[in-house]
Design a binder for this molecule. Structure first.
Ligand code: AMP
Ligand code: MG
Length: 489
């Protein structure tokens, strides 16, 4: 298992701290994503025993030592609108980077493997619940074709971790991502006025994530870099909206320059549609509500823009002007991405501006009649009309007219809708149930849920048990419903 590098080590040491993984009483491999290991071209893993994998993925390989020392990355961030100048990986460490089968460099990060110099008062540990939650939801996002960090493994540490609810089993999750550079990584150096480091960081990102920009002359390259990050970020959030995903903690330290979804603390998929839905127990003002996510993405991009000012132009005023120009385009860009994503749900191939009204009309009906977001859209495919009364019938008429206008076959329309309206999502009450059972030692639901969520668009009732259909497809009953989610760090 030696084939691991660490490209972050090419950066000066102020970007990170070396860390030593904790020693754990008794590690045990709980979940391992064989397909992802295969994708990473990691044949050593596929031939290893679960004991060897568990040891490696807690940072303490039993046979050969780690090829590179683990590091915790430094970053700052705006949390709920307030700047915190030093955050950093307090319970995560980069084990290394590795080229996957397609030659793309992927980061391997252990979360919960021990304290780091950035831990502050935290214990550097991760309870089993949040580890499983990240595993299930990040993999569900990936299967929904939404850029996301991935989950390679969950290892039980044998330790008990103390949290508000009492002591819970500790775990280490291995996260795989194209990047772990956050908007907050730029804010960290900008705040310290270390513009040399800021430039090095930008160059690292351009070379690794946006190599096509190397052809752009300097300093224009950095403005183009910002534009690329903005595009990916806004496109990502539009995709979240398509599946009713609420991230819950869109702080700038949780936004990656690669545009992958990261941090699955208080996140949730909506059941019944509510435009202002919030789940997170700590989001009391609704800052990260469902329908505010586009605006917040732009707010976060403004933080990134502000950090990049020194690189954009020697004249600060001109740099600000250039970045403001780009920021002012972001709302429209997001609207475009949003409309494209939403239009697909209605089988519309090339949306036009007036389609916004159609989409909004349907969403308003869902909200008025308290209809489940996922099932409401699937019902559209089945021509279901029971819930909406005459207004819904009117909507259906308009929608059908619109479909006729585009001159596509019904088959094509259905295919597009099928590819964009999942049948099954990681419903909160099921995820919670899965975590509760797993914490008590029963992993059966975790495995079943993972299997079902791996194929969310073509999940077929015909091949599954009646009881599974009941559990995975249906919205929660009033007793099952989860109203609040907790970071549970
Ligand atoms: P998060 O809310 O997960 O985005 O984390 C925000 C910050 O708190 C990051 O710097 C984390 O590394 C840190 N943090 C969260 N939980 C812990 C913990 N149990 N031990 C140490 N640091 C933590
Ligand atoms: Mg975080």
């Amino acid at each position: 298992m030696k084939s691991l590098e660490n490209s972050y080590l090419t950066l000066p040491s102020l970007f990170y701290s070396y860390v030593k993984p904790a020693t754990f009483p008794q590690v045990k491999l709980l979940a391992f994503h064989h397909l992802l290991a295969f994708e990473l071209g990691w044949s050593d893993f596929l031939e290893s025993t679960s004991e060897e994998i568990a040891a490696y993925l807690t940072g303490r390989p039993s046979i050969t030592p780690l090829p590179t020392p683990p590091i915790a990355l430094a970053y700052a961030g705006h949390q709920f609108g307030h700047f915190v100048e030093q955050l950093g990986d307090g319970r995560a460490m980069v084990l290394g980077t590795r080229k996957d089968r397609q030659g793309r460099a992927r980061d391997l990060v252990l979360k919960g493997a021990g304290q780091t110099p950035f831990s502050r008062r935290g214990d550097g540990r991760c309870p089993l619940g949040p580890a499983l939650r990240e595993y299930v939801v990040s993999e569900a996002m990936h299967a929904l074709k939404i850029p996301s960090t991935r989950a390679l493994a969950v290892v039980l540490t044998g330790e008990k971790v103390l949290r508000e609810v009492g002591t819970v089993p500790g775990a280490v999750i291995t996260r795989v991502a194209f990047s772990h550079i956050r908007f907050g990584s730029f804010e960290y150096f900008a705040h310290r006025k270390d513009y040399v480091a800021l430039k090095l960081l930008s160059d690292y990102c351009i070379e690794r994530y946006y190599p096509e920009l190397l052809q752009v002359s300097l300093p224009l390259r950095y403005l183009e870099f910002f534009k690329m990050v903005a595009k990916r970020t806004l496109s990502l959030v539009a995709k979240w909206m398509r599946v009713g995903f609420i991230h819950g903690v869109m702080n700038t330290d949780n936004m990656l320059v690669s545009g992958e979804t990261i941090d699955f603390g208080p996140c949730a998929f909506m059941d019944e549609y509510k435009s202002g839905q919030v789940f997170s127990s700590i989001d009391q003002g609704g800052r990260y509500a469902y329908n505010n996510q586009g605006r917040i993405a732009i707010w976060n991009l403004a933080c990134l823009a502000s950090a990049l000012i020194p690189l954009i132009d020697q004249e600060e005023k001109r740099a600000e002007w250039l970045l403001n120009e780009e920021l002012s385009r972001c709302s429209l860009l997001f609207e475009e991405f949003w409309l494209k994503e939403m239009a697909c749900k209605f089988g519309i191939f090339n949306p036009k501006t007036s389609d916004v009204l159609l989409v909004r009309e349907f969403l308003a009906l869902l909200e008025k009649h308290q209809v489940d977001f996922t099932l409401g859209f699937r019902g559209l495919m089945g021509g279901e009309s029971a819930w909406g009364g005459p207004q819904y019938a009117l909507f259906l008429e308009k929608w059908r007219e619109r479909l006729q206008e585009q001159g596509r076959s019904l088959e094509e329309v259905f295919q597009l809708m099928n590819e964009n309206n999942p049948r099954v999502i990681a419903r909160n009450h099921v995820v919670e149930k899965c975590i509760a059972l797993a914490t008590a030692g029963d992993l059966s639901l975790f495995h079943r849920l993972s299997r079902v969520l791996a194929d969310p668009y073509s999940y077929s009732c015909a091949y599954t048990l009646e009881e599974e259909n009941e559990m995975f497809l249906k919205p929660p009953t009033s007793e099952d419903r989860v109203y609040k989610t907790f970071c549970g760090t």
